[in-house]
Each structure stands twice: as structure tokens, then as C-alpha cells.
Design a protein around this ligand. Structure first.
Ligand SMILES: *Cc1c(COP(=O)(O)O)cnc(C)c1O
Length: 484
């Protein structure tokens, strides 16, 4: 039908509602550019559409269907009760442009959540605006820049010191915020090399960015000394707290010497994520940085919660409306649901599960980076020479045949053939045992029939892809267009 409406060859054809006697813009298109055949729009029944999308949804892999051991990603169960609360009409049917007096309930839920996060982290002030962890990092760096600018220390303080085990977003955010990145090597224990760090702590450094626990799943046990040395040199301390799953309720970053930090609500605080979104970050600071936080801020005035847009020293707006409100409410519900004890239990469970899996995987034949107890995750390596050339990528692909999502691989960069797993507190010991047993079987295959592992996956709709060709010539439609 659409084809006839816009087909110039059919006299009298015009778009619905287009005024009579006017030339429709499509009639100005040169005839050699006009299509000769009707577009291949699918002619389908409602039932076919339902089946199509249901089948697509069944191809999805999610925490709701199987174990998702992605390290550094905290793919924990997303309680359905949080979904119901976050999407309750009392919140979801409020237009984002409504004035503060008309959304007191939403603002109260967000304010209570802010207070809970301040309690969990030991920080003094925060913004819920950032859309993701990396976005919060950028905001935190801009806040720090504004702080130093205010003190007349910019452009002198231009360096951000980052360990080589850091998540790639750390140096990327620092560069985006206009700083220079100084990378420092980790020591043999997988911690920040303090001697190395000291060389860079001077009046040209603005901040030390540290992931805690670090990406090897280890606690930086010299963190207080690092913070002392940094502050002595007038340098700020940033904590990448994307994965707070081992610290919630146990240690407060505010007490460990950090001035700025971020949380990923879509990791530690149970907002579902995957496939690039959705997410929400939270940026938290100590008192001396409060004035520079982004707007809007939720403040209490005359017994009402208000949205404060003007804040003279603020770095300004970084996000539309109030941030990812549905995600924020989801996490607010999660924290309220857990309560003080629940938050602590979640962390303890995450640590216990990670250590159980660490031991199981070691027994299965992987080599842990460290034999120390880990925090929320553990990193392993393999030696392809001892496995007929089977590499970490092959093991990850073969795990898919065992109905497990692949772990994080080749990260952190400082561990060759790295395999990083994070079970989270929401998995049962039985699931972890099944996973370890699959890894054991795959390592046996690598020794006896390595081709099975090297050509995996064998049971999925898409087999081993050629990553290089896929990156160079991506086919991004599920079916070639009929016009092609
Ligand atoms: C996930 C993660 C980030 C980035 O968070 P996004 O929400 O993906 O931008 C930063 N640091 C660490 C340690 C992470 O695990």
C-alpha cells in the first residue's frame, strides 16, 4: 500500500493528509532515483510476528536462563520485586518535565537512596545523574579539574596516575577530561607498586585512580599508605567502585582515604545490564568537592524536596532530566529490600562464592593468578603450550556448548591468556560445581581432542566467527535486503 502512495508512476498517488494541488517532496526526486519495485516489506500475520519475536527472545542468553560468570561485570540476579517497584505507575507515569511539587514521591525515593549510598560508601555528597560507570568517571574527573581550577592549580596538575591493571575506561575518561595519563606497573603481588607511584606524586599530578578491589579481584592492602602519600603531595584519590560487591557493608571507601568514587548500579546494585545497556552510575565525593558536582541536585527546602538547577561552582548538567530514573528506582528498591544486614550478607556471599569457584577452577586445571583469597572475582591463566595450542578464547567458545556464558577473557591485560570469573552471591554452589566440571572437561578435551575446542562452538546458531572479517565487513542485518 505504501508503495502505491508514493509511486510517481501511479497518477493521483499522494501521501495521506497531503494537501491537494501541492507537489509532494517525493515527486521532486529524480526518476532514476525512484524505486522500480515495491519495497520488500514483510507481509505477515500477527501470529507470525509473535512467533518471530518469541523465537528471537529464546535465542537470548540471560541471568534468568543460565550462569553468567563475566568477571568485572557482576551479572547477578535482578530481583523481580525491584522491577515491579521501579516500574510502578506512581513513578513510571510521571512526565519527566513535571515540577518538583508533583513528583515528591519519586524525589523522596531518590533522596532516601542517596542517603543509603552515602552510608554504604562513607562519602559526603553525590550525584545520581551519570548514565554509566565511564560517564561517572568523566564527571568525577571534571569535578576534580574544577576543584583544582578553583585553587589555581590548573594547568600545573595535569596528570592522572593509573595502574596498568585498570579498566580501559579509566585512562579513556582521564584523556577525555583533558588530563595526561601516567601508567604505573603493578608489583608481583598484583598490587600498586608504591615505589613506582612515589616517583609521580608531585605538583604535576592531579589524581590517582584506583580500582578497589582491583581487577585481579584483590584488595589493595596498602591503600591507606597510598592515600597518605597522595594527599601529602596534594593529589586526589579516585576509587573506581564499579564492583563494590565485595565491599558493601564491610568497608567504606570514604574511610579508606578516597576523595572521589563511582558506583555502577548496573553491577553491584542489581540493575539488569548487558548488550551495552541500560545503566546508571553514581558519582560520590568528599565535602571539599561537593560544590563542583553536576546539577540538578535534590535538596530539601521549606519541608519539600526541590530540584536545584543553579549551583554557581557546579560543572553543570551532564544528563537530561533526573538521570536514568527507572534504573535509580530499581537500585533504590534493591537497597531497601536488602537493608543493612542484607547488604553485608550480599558482599559476604559474593566473596564466599568467588573463593569457592577459585578453588574449584584450580582443581579443574586452571592456574590462578594468585593463591591468596580473592574478593568478588578471581583471575586465571593457562599455558597453550601444554594444551596443544588451545587458547583462552577457545575455552571461552567451548563453554558456550556447555550452556554457560563465556567468562571475561584477556582482561586484565597484565595476565597472559587471562580468564576472569565473577560468580556473584546469587548463584548456588551446585551451579558453580557444574561450571567447574565443564571447564575440567574442556581442559581434558584440549589434551586429547584439541580440535573440538579450537573449532567450538558447535551447538549454537552462529558457529566460530572470523573476528577480523566480522570487524572489517560487518553484516548488520539478519537477512540480506531484497533490494540488494
Ligand atoms: C564496568 C566497569 C567500568 C565501566 O562501567 P560502564 O558502566 O560500563 O561504563 C569501569 N571500571 C570497572 C572496574 C568496571 O568493571
Amino acid at each position: 500500500m505504501l508503495a502505491t502512495l508514493f509511486d510517481k508512476t501511479k497518477p493521483g498517488a499522494r501521501a495521506i493528509g497531503f494537501p491537494k494541488g501541492k507537489i509532494h517532496p517525493s515527486q521532486k526526486i529524480p526518476s532514476h532515483l525512484l524505486r522500480k519495485t515495491p519495497p520488500g516489506l514483510p507481509e505477515v500475520t500477527e501470529l507470525e510476528v509473535v512467533r518471530h519475536f518469541t523465537k528471537l527472545s529464546q535465542l537470548n542468553y540471560s541471568v534468568d536462563t543460565n550462569f553468567y560468570p563475566l568477571g568485572s561485570c557482576t551479572m547477578k540476579y535482578n530481583p523481580k520485586a525491584c522491577f515491579r517497584l521501579a516500574f510502578h505507575g506512581a513513578f513510571s507515569e510521571r512526565h519527566p518535565l513535571l515540577p518538583a511539587w508533583a513528583i515528591q514521591g519519586t524525589l523522596k525515593a531518590l533522596k532516601d537512596f542517596e542517603n543509603a549510598l552515602l552510608e554504604i560508601t562513607g562519602m559526603d555528597a553525590l550525584t545520581l545523574a551519570p548514565a554509566a560507570g565511564a560517564h561517572a568517571e568523566l564527571a568525577g574527573l571534571l569535578v576534580t579539574r574544577a576543584y583544582f581550577q578553583n585553587r589555581g592549580e590548573i594547568p600545573q596538575r595535569k596528570k592522572i596516575i593509573i595502574p596498568d591493571s585498570a579498566h580501559g575506561t579509566n585512562p579513556a575518561s582521564a584523556a577525555l577530561a583533558g588530563f595526561e595519563v601516567v601508567t604505573i606497573k603493578s608489583n608481583a603481588r598484583g598490587r600498586v607498586n608504591i615505589e613506582e607511584l612515589k616517583k609521580h606524586l608531585n605538583e604535576t599530578a592531579a589524581m590517582v585512580m584506583i580500582t578497589l578491589p582491583n581487577t585481579l579481584g584483590l584488595f589493595e592492602d596498602e591503600i591507606s599508605e597510598i592515600a597518605r602519600l597522595a594527599h601529602q603531595a596534594g593529589v586526589q584519590m579516585y576509587m573506581d567502585g564499579a564492583n563494590m560487591n565485595a565491599l558493601m557493608g564491610i568497608a567504606k571507601p570514604g574511610n579508606l582515604g578516597f576523595d572521589v568514587m563511582h558506583l555502577n548500579l548496573h553491577k553491584t546494585f542489581s540493575v539488569p545490564h548487558g548488550g551495552g545497556g541500560p545503566g546508571a552510575g553514581v558519582l560520590l565525593v568528599k565535602r571539599h568537592l561537593d560544590d563542583f558536582l553536576p546539577v540538578p541536585r535534590i535538596i530539601e527546602k521549606n519541608g519539600q524536596l526541590q530540584i536545584e538547577e543553579a549551583h554557581p561552582k557546579s560543572i553543570g548538567r551532564i544528563r537530561s532530566f533526573h538521570g536514568s530514573t527507572a534504573n535509580l528506582l530499581w537500585s533504590a528498591a534493591y537497597v531497601a529490600l536488602l537493608g543493612k544486614e542484607g547488604v553485608l550478607e550480599a558482599s559476604k556471599g559474593a566473596i564466599l562464592n568467588a573463593n569457592y569457584l577459585r578453588v574449584l577452577l584450580k582443581e579443574a586445571g586452571l592456574t590462578p593468578f594468585s593463591d591468596e583469597p580473592c574478593m568478588h572475582e578471581a583471575v586465571f591463566t593457562i599455558d597453550p603450550k601444554k594444551l596443544n595450542g588451545v587458547r583462552t578464547l577457545d575455552i571461552a567458545k567451548r563453554l558456550l556448548d556447555f550452556k554457560f556464558y563465556a567468562p571475561t577473557i584477556y582482561f586484565p591485560l597484565i595476565v597472559p591468556e587471562a580468564i576472569m570469573v565473577e560468580p556473584t552471591e546469587t548463584e548456588t554452589p551446585e551451579t558453580l560445581e557444574e561450571f567447574a566440571s565443564a571447564v575440567k572437561t574442556i581442559l581434558q578435551e584440549a589434551r586429547t581432542t584439541p580440535e573440538t575446542v579450537k573449532t567450538a562452538p558447535h551447538t549454537l546458531p552462529v558457529k566460530r566467527i572470523d573476528d577480523v572479517t566480522a570487524a572489517r565487513n560487518p553484516v548488520i542485518s539478519w537477512q540480506p535486503s531484497r533490494d540488494q
